[in-house]
Design a binder for this molecule. Structure first.
Ligand SMILES: Cc1ncc(C[n+]2csc(CCOP(=O)(O)OP(=O)(O)O)c2C)c(N)n1
Ligand SMILES: [Mg+2]
Length: 693
């Protein structure tokens, strides 16, 4: 079949394009013998209308900073995105984001759907191919990210747009399904977007009334439109997903709505055209089967035997639609940016640095050094001071807290920092409200938009945002998560608020850099490591309670933090009988024990281990210097589950940690109850020495 051989009306050509998307999805899933054909079959006309008529996206330059973002939040429909990337002729980019002469997704990649090493994994993965704006699959995350992207567009516009230079105008479109609508993170994100009145955000809800298990109404009967109206959204209905005019009207309605986000509710048919499977969950997550695939193709007026057919004329049609429009817009933008660079060279330079995830010169100037102080300060306190210095040096650091800015010390207090609120989108302080998961998903959306975002909450509530932290790690993006009130030592709030297993859980997460600094100067050093990271998210774990600031003329320099673990205090001859290992607040406990042991003639070493994963990256020589294999007497001290410490204390070692939940009481009483006293550490050290003989 060749579209060019017949003279097709434009409606017919539209339909051929739509059916090309559908059949590519059907064939790829069939060939892989795995995947989700139903949603792409239903949504094909919606994606077609959006990409071909509206999306401001240049396939030749898919990282153009002002491109509209398209997020496929129902990531299981991945073949829809891969088909759009292929048909639009999106170029791939190199590691610095420059377009190269290669398709991001070729037809061969589509034929290799879900295979090892392909750019077409089961769910879209950020970085696998250009045009995949974020990783989706865990439902609700993509729509959550889209809020952060829309925030970024508005923030960038507020800072960088100048008269005659509308550098940032991009809109964010997120396609989503019943699952995204049900997930809590999606609800948090929608509520936040409604509050912020984000006019550049458009969610397209695939209202197909089917989910994985069956008809959606076995579990989902609410009035979604009414809910979104209550959130403050503009809600538009498209009663037939196949009606391109109606879709066009809906997108136009979104573009005209300048005072709030828009939800387009699209009634569609999952598995559209498959005679036995349409409108059933059988079309959701398995291949149609050869016979059903043939029948669907027949219904589309498609050659039944054709596989991966892209009729002549289809690629050209996209080239003259999204390709031409996007190319012209991007070229105009590039010219505008060149002019902008002449008029506002400093701002233009900032934008270039952001794109490369680099830091401005002097990003670390004026960092404090904290004087020795036995009373000291909480690490949340010192971190708040450091954050306020760095954020002044890095103008595109933007963040906030889930209603705990005062407790987390994450508020940016310097002059001009301002609040990000409806109508004042240049503010640097975001108010995420009590929406930890929504916050983390939004932060990831900001990170992929090249802003350097941070967000804080209590460490215990890292659990409320873990799926987004995990995606940041998987996506290799530098989101910064600030967690305070990091242990049972938060005291009176009790076991509901006292983290136990969170450290072990986050330490097990690949690619996440976790720091639990021991005093104010370790906090400074941790931030020095954190800021240059380009491909790792961070969990910065901080105390509520004051910790002594070590006398660094007596003990080792905090610069050792950069190696993840370092010898803070040592036996005079460098040959300890026992090694005390700890992180964060327990390091000072170990130092006190060390002083007692030393006074009693026991040769001890204290190793501060703020970041296990960074320590693991050091060479063997350094690791064995810090933890000599010959010294078997070791004691770890941490107010958390001991899981993992066995790696460092070895079989002869002793782990002082938490084996139960905590208790509600003043910190001193809780610490005593659970054995976090100098006496206990000293006793354990002596026992470890005795055991190791
Ligand atoms: C957080 C999360 N929970 C569960 C799943 C597994 N899952 C994938 S799709 C799906 C059903 C989603 O229904 P819907 O969004 O309506 O998609 P449709 O069936 O319409 O394609 C489920 C439960 C998931 N991907 N993410
Ligand atoms: Mg559905």
């Amino acid at each position: 079949m060749a579209a060019s051989e017949q003279v097709l009306t434009s409606e017919q050509l539209d339909l051929v394009c739509v059916n090309t998307i559908r059949t590519l999805a059907i064939d790829a899933v069939q060939k892989a013998n795995s995947g989700h054909p139903g949603a792409p079959m239903g949504l094909a006309p919606v994606a077609y209308s959006l990409w071909q008529e509206f999306l401001r996206f240049d396939p030749a330059d898919p990282t153009w900073p002002d491109r509209d973002r398209f997020v496929l939040s129902n990531g299981h429909a991945s073949m829809l995105l891969y088909a759009m990337l292929y048909l639009s002729g999106v170029r791939n980019v190199n590691s610095s984001g420059q377009p190269i002469d290669e398709l991001a997704i070729s037809l061969d990649q589509i034929k290799n759907f879900r295979q090892l090493g392909s750019r077409t994994p089961g769910h879209p993965e950020y970085g696998a191919a250009a045009g995949i704006e974020t990783t989706t699959g865990p439902l609700g995350q993509g729509v959550g990210n889209s809020v952060g992207m829309a925030i970024s567009s508005l923030w960038l516009a507020a800072r960088y747009n100048k008269p005659e230079f509308d550098l940032f105008t991009f809109n964010v479109y997120a396609m989503c399904g019943d699952g995204d609508m049900m997930e809590g993170v999606g609800c948090e994100a929608a509520s936040l977007a409604g509050h912020l009145k984000l006019p550049n955000l458009c969610w397209i809800y695939d209202n197909n009334r089917v989910t994985l298990d069956g008809p959606a109404d076995v579990s989902f009967t609410e009035d979604v439109a009414a809910r979104f109206k209550a959130y403050g959204w503009n809600v538009v209905h498209v009663t037939d997903a196949n009606d391109l005019n109606s879709l066009e009207n809906a997108f136009t309605n979104f573009l005209r709505t300048k005072d709030r986000p828009t939800l387009i509710v699209v009634n569609s048919h999952i598995g559209y055209g498959a005679p036995h499977k349409q409108d059933t969950n059988e079309a959701h997550g398995e291949p149609l089967g050869e016979q059903e695939a043939r029948l669907a193709k027949k219904n589309y007026g498609w050659p039944e035997d054709a596989q991966f057919l892209v009729p002549d004329g289809v690629l050209e049609h996209f080239k003259f639609g999204i390709g031409k429009r996007g190319g012209e817009l991007r070229q105009k933008w590039s010219q505008m940016f060149a002019e902008y660079g002449k008029k506002y060279p400093e701002l233009a330079e900032e934008l270039k640095l952001m794109q490369r995830r680099e830091l401005p010169k002097g990003w670390d100037k004026d960092l404090p050094t904290f004087p020795a102080d036995a009373k000291g300060m909480a690490t949340r306190e010192s971190s708040g001071k450091v954050l306020n210095v760095i954020a002044q040096n890095v103008p595109w650091m933007v963040g906030g807290s889930a209603d705990l800015a005062g407790s987390d010390r994450t508020r940016l207090k310097f002059e001009g920092a301002g609040d990000f609120q409806p109508g004042s989108y240049g503010g640097r302080n975001l108010h995420f409200g009590v929406r930890e998961h929504g916050m983390a998903a939004a932060i990831n959306g900001m990170a992929v938009s090249r802003i350097r975002p941070f967000g804080g909450t209590f460490f215990n509530f890292s659990d409320y945002m873990k799926p987004s932290v995990r995606l940041a790690a998987l996506m290799e993006i530098p989101s910064i998560f600030i967690y305070t009130h990091d242990s049972i030592s938060l005291g009176e709030d009790g076991p509901t608020h006292q983290p136990i297993e969170q450290l072990a859980g986050l330490r097990a997460m690949p690619n996440l850099v976790l720091f639990r600094p021991a005093d104010a100067n370790e906090v400074v050093e941790a931030w020095k490591v954190i800021m240059p990271l380009k491909h790792h998210p961070v969990a910065l774990v901080l105390t509520r309670q004051a910790l002594p600031t070590f006398d660094r003329t007596k003990y080792a320099s905090a610069a050792g933090v950069a190696k993840g673990a370092y010898i803070l205090a040592d036996a005079a001859d460098g040959k300890p009988q026992v090694i005390l290992l700890a992180t964060g607040s327990e390091v000072s406990l170990c130092v006190a024990a060390y002083e007692q042991l030393t006074a009693a003639g026991v040769k001890a070493r204290v190793v501060s281990m703020p970041s296990w994963s960074i320590f693991e990256e050091q060479d063997e020589a350094y690791k064995t210097q810090v933890l000599p294999p010959a010294v078997k007497a070791r004691v770890s001290v941490e107010q958390a589950a001991t899981l993992g410490w066995d790696r460092y204390v070895g079989p002869g070692g002793i782990m002082i940690g938490m084996h139960t939940f905590g208790a509600s009481a003043p910190a001193k009483d809780v610490q005593k109850k659970f054995g976090f006293t100098v006496e206990h550490v000293v006793e354990a050290a002596r026992q470890a020495i005795a055991q190791s003989k």
